[in-house]
Ligand binder design. Structure first.
Ligand SMILES: [Zn+2]
Length: 95
């Protein structure tokens, strides 16, 4: 049965996003929004333009079970639609 559940996170798990929202260090990245605005998608659900979406700089913590030195911690700008709780777009800065 599906329906009442929140949409499945597209790019990052919810915990990662929430963690990033609370990290004051990540606020300084907000300035480059204009750079990405031209490429950013609108919300597929409510058609909110990227300008109206929430821009969050997300940094994924390195996995504790790191194997063979492979780093999988991505970071970049995540666009979230506040109304739909949808991860609309992601611009990777580093992987
Ligand atoms: Zn939306």
């Amino acid at each position: 049965m599906v329906g009442e559940e929140d949409p499945v996170p597209k790019y990052f798990p919810r915990e990662v996003v929430e963690q990033s929202l609370q990290d004051p260090q990540l606020e300084r990245y907000q300035g480059v929004k204009e750079e990405y605005l031209v490429e950013a998608k609108s919300c597929p659900n409510c058609k909110a333009p990227p300008d109206k979406l929430r821009w969050v700089y997300v940094r994924e913590a390195p996995q504790p079970s790191e194997r063979s030195g492979a780093h999988s911690n991505r970071e970049g700008y995540l666009l979230i639609c506040g109304a739909c709780h949808l991860q609309v777009d992601f611009f990777c800065e580093r992987r």
